[in-house]
Design a protein around this ligand. Structure first.
Ligand SMILES: [Zn+2]
Length: 191
């Protein structure tokens, strides 16, 4: 059996020989997220609870919808255009703390969000996921939320070449208005 050092070296070599490169090509590269990552260590506040408590700032905070026990927010630091966050109103960290009503409503809101995004920016696909714990990539592990990330064929290439912070923040405002308009026209979310 190889020593731990050798095992590590051979694993590294294996990654360099293709595994890692394949992953890099598939992952979205979102440099504007650095502001968010840097902000994490500076603020202990929960932005979801903050948004919830300040309905008069929904437009500024990009809160798209409020339903009976959840809210849907356009992510200020998106992995891709139209990246939405779906969260219960209650400040809970884990699914075993969520009620059946909250779980059902979050799932329905994923469906409604996909409808709204399909009507506006026509994604070719979606990633839907949750991160639990900072080691798993959770930016706000104290308040659970579902990520809904629209995807387009070839978007990994497009994002790394064409996007920067300014482009994204401008498109966020425009997209928010567009989603609001479509929500009104199509009576979304229709839970
Ligand atoms: Zn919270």
């Amino acid at each position: 059996m190889a020593s731990p050092d050798k095992q590590q070296t051979s694993r590294r070599n294996a990654r360099n020989q293709g595994g890692n490169r394949r992953l890099e090509r598939k992952n979205l590269w979102a440099p504007w997220r650095i502001g968010y990552v840097q902000g994490l260590s500076e603020s202990g506040d929960c932005f979801i609870c903050h948004n919830l408590a300040n309905p008069e700032d929904d437009e500024k905070n990009l809160v798209l919808w409020r339903s009976s026990c959840c809210l849907v927010i356009l992510n200020h630091f998106p992995y891709n255009n139209g990246h939405l966050l779906i969260a219960p109103a209650r400040h809970i960290a884990n699914l075993d703390q969520a009620t059946d009503e909250e779980l059902l409503e979050m799932t329905r809101l994923v469906r409604e969000s996909q409808k709204a995004l399909s009507l506006t920016i026509k994604p070719h696909g979606f990633n839907v996921g949750m991160n639990f714990g900072r080691c798993a990539g959770a930016g706000l592990p104290e308040h659970l939320h579902i990520h809904l990330v629209p995807r387009w064929d070839g978007d990994t290439n497009f994002m790394s070449v064409c996007s920067d912070t300014e482009v994204i923040s401008q498109s966020l405002k425009e997209l928010f208005e567009l989603l609001k308009q479509v929500s009104k026209e199509h009576n979304l979310p229709s839970l």
